[in-house]
Design a binder for this molecule. Sequence first.
Ligand code: NDP
Length: 246
Amino acid sequence: MTSRVALVTGGTGGIGTAIVRKLAAMGHKVATNYRDKARATAWQEALRRDGVEVALAAGDVADPAAAEAMVRQVTDQLGPVDILVNNAGITRDGTFHKMTALQWQEVINTNLNSCFNVTRPVIDGMRERKWGRIIQISSINGQKGQYGQANYAASKAGMHGFTISLAQENAKFGITVNTVSPGYVATEMVMAVPEEVRAKIAAQIPVGRLGNPDEIAYAVGFFIPDEAAWVTGANLSINGGHYMGW
Ligand code: NDP
């Protein structure tokens, strides 16, 4: 497979790390963003010990100017971005009648507006080079809704609307745009939930367990080869059968 330049946002997190490792194992040159340099450098060193090289670029994906600067740093280090995985995400849960404007805005800015902020600076280059892969990491809760997550579910459902519009606009330019919607995966985000709640969640999953980050990374990898060129505007649910709709 041709070696491409890949930018995975939120690459230092649970799912992001697995995606970074997967893309590097596929032979791509991989970069991610950081906000805390010391923490990111320690993470980079740990991956290096496993033989995985990752470039780092400072950047807050919720901030348009910072995201643009981040893409420039990646381009300077590795070359123009061919593969973009919009993975960075947060939760700020609360029932809507108690939700603050800040909880709403932080989640929408980080999870959804980031898709604009990071994709906008890479799309022209992909169109010029007639090749690109853009993958959004959405969520099962953007598909089925979730008590206490009106902000998160709205941001994640919005990612899919973004995907299917961008897919139409760029199909003739060799660019595919797809969404991966994970169910509950055993990362810090989910392990922060009390154990008894996690046990209840696992009991609702037909496969009978939480997912692991490598299973999400496998799905991301599926969209990248030239053989996947006819897969665009798709949403791939990976949730152990927890939700079987679109
Ligand atoms: P983590 O909390 O482990 O990782 C999140 C990553 O996003 C971190 O690297 C974090 O960096 C980064 N990030 C957060 N905000 C920003 C920002 N403003 N600018 C730049 N980077 C930022 O989460 P997961 O790995 O569990 O989740 C990854 C994605 O998968 C998210 O979009 C999440 O919504 C989605 N998802 C997760 C599920 C799960 O069960 N875990 C289920 C379904 C979807 P920093 O260290 O600087 O905060």
